[in-house]
Design a protein around this ligand. Structure first.
Ligand code: 13P
Length: 346
């Protein structure tokens, strides 16, 4: 259920921890103090297996096999496999491609097909593309069963009605979208979208079962006048007003400093990205609690390319990237995905 319905579950899906988690450890321990370490390792393995299932990553390797539960000398193999499994359980990496107002039907189709074709087989990567509205359906067909998700670049905060030219959350779900980008700086600037309007969209999207990628970021002038924290805080507070901590499971924050977006822009250094993701988590912790802050997915966007991707992926506390220009070229996009795959095994 966590794999198939993750973005649509109205609540977190977890487990009741009782005998099922304790039994293997109790059998190994059997009241003998010399078995303590093996029992602890078995308990930890079961806990991590449940964590994997909670994240939709459970596989056969988490099963408590006979050797693990009956041998007193299980410590070493269990510890070795725990180290391996801890790597598997590292946080997912995200690579999202915002195609903005680019491509045409034929290009959208072939771009999606080329990405599917070159996509590395790695369950720890979450890749999504955000084509323009008219091409969502053709791209969905190209992505079919590839594991690459579909997202839209905007929505209108109402389920239906007399809103000429607008698109509802339900329509996006209907064409197979899992995600929607909201609060992008280009819309904030060109269309003067306010935080209050963005907040309406966020709430409607979450209520409908879409996952939201909320973009926030400061201008160069705001950075130079030391207002970055204030700006990010204000965008988070207003953008997420009325959202509760359970809904936060469906929210991703994309930090996109305005001065770093576009080929002409400067690019934020890993140190700057690390600082800002920390500020974002701090604010989320104050608003929704520590657990929400820790599990929050934070992306960086702004001139990400195959040359700087490795440095950005290795930024402490960052979960991935939101790419504009380089998501329009399958080779470049795939090279960035590969940088994310490599970062997982470091
Ligand atoms: P670029 O990667 O072209 O700088 O765009 C970033 C962006 O705006 C993604 O939403």
């Amino acid at each position: 259920m966590n794999i198939r319905f993750k973005t649509r579950l109205p609540w977190p899906l977890s487990f009741s921890f009782a005998r099922a988690i304790q039994n293997p450890a109790m059998e190994i321990w059997a009241g003998d103090v010399s078995n303590t370490a093996a029992a602890q390792a078995a308990l930890l393995k079961r806990g991590m297996g449940n964590q994997a299932a909670r994240e939709g990553l459970y596989s056969r390797e988490w099963m408590m096999d006979a050797a693990t539960v009956s041998h007193n000398e299980a410590v070493r193999p269990v510890t070795a496999s725990l180290q391996h499994q801890a790597k598997v359980l590292k946080r997912k990496k995200y690579v999202f491609g915002n195609w903005k107002m680019n491509t045409n039907e034929a290009k959208a189709k072939s771009l999606a097909a080329a990405i599917v074709q070159g996509m590395p087989l790695d369950q720890s990567m979450q890749v999504a593309v955000f084509p323009p509205f008219p091409y969502l359906s053709v791209v969905r067909e190209s992505l079919c069963a590839s594991g690459i998700a579909l997202g839209a670049q905007n929505l209108y905060p109402a389920s239906e009605g007399a809103f000429t030219g607008e698109v509802s959350p339900g329509m996006l779900l209907d064409v197979g979208c899992q995600y929607v980008l909201l609060g992008h700086s280009e819309r904030r600037q060109l269309l003067t979208e306010t935080d209050a309007f963005i907040n309406q969209k966020v709430r409607q999207a979450l209520a409908a079962g879409l996952s939201v990628v909320l973009c926030i970021g400061e201008s160069l002038q705001q950075r130079e006048t030391q207002q970055t924290q204030q700006v990010l805080d204000a965008q988070l507070i207003a953008g997420l007003a009325g959202v509760n901590s359970a809904d936060m499971q469906g929210v991703i924050i994309a930090y996109e400093p305005l001065w770093a977006i576009g080929k002409q822009g400067q690019q934020a250094s890993p140190k700057q990205v690390q600082q800002e993701q920390h500020l974002i988590r701090q604010r989320i912790s104050q608003m929704f609690g520590q657990a929400s802050a820790e599990s929050l997915v934070v992306l960086y966007g702004g001139s990400v390319n195959p040359d700087n991707a490795a440095g950005i992926f290795n930024t402490l506390g960052l979960d991935g990237v939101l790419i504009g220009a380089d998501s329009l070229n399958a080779e470049q996009f795939l090279a960035i995905i590969q940088a994310g795959v490599n970062a997982l095994v470091v």
